[in-house]
Design a protein around this ligand. Structure first.
Ligand code: SF4
Length: 91
């Protein structure tokens, strides 16, 4: 089974009002070499637009694995507010 197929089994209760992921220093983010967050995340939450020099964070797809916290010290990550986030009911 492909990881994309498994991701379809995961449910989410998305917090539309507040992202639980951010970047503490966007200027340092622009200087990042290799951009590990864009390939280490199993859910593909991060993407970088070279032209706009901007990191996009699709926080509603986060699996709450914590990997991005290890590879980047500028990512600010906390658990979603109570009642929101990933639900592994089907996975
Ligand atoms: Fe991706 Fe895991 Fe970080 Fe969520 S916690 S953004 S799934 S690496």
């Amino acid at each position: 089974m492909r990881i994309e197929d498994k991701l379809y089994l995961v449910g989410y209760n998305v917090d539309e009002d507040e992202s639980h992921i951010g970047v503490s220093d966007p200027e340092e983010c622009k200087k990042c070499q290799g951009r590990p967050c864009t390939y280490i995340c199993p859910a593909g939450v991060y993407s970088y637009d070279d032209k706009e020099e901007k990191l996009s964070i699709n926080y509603d797809a986060c699996l709450e694995c914590g990997t991005c916290r290890i590879v980047c010290s500028f990512i600010t990550w906390k658990y979603p507010r109570g009642g929101f986030g990933v639900q592994y009911k089907f996975g």
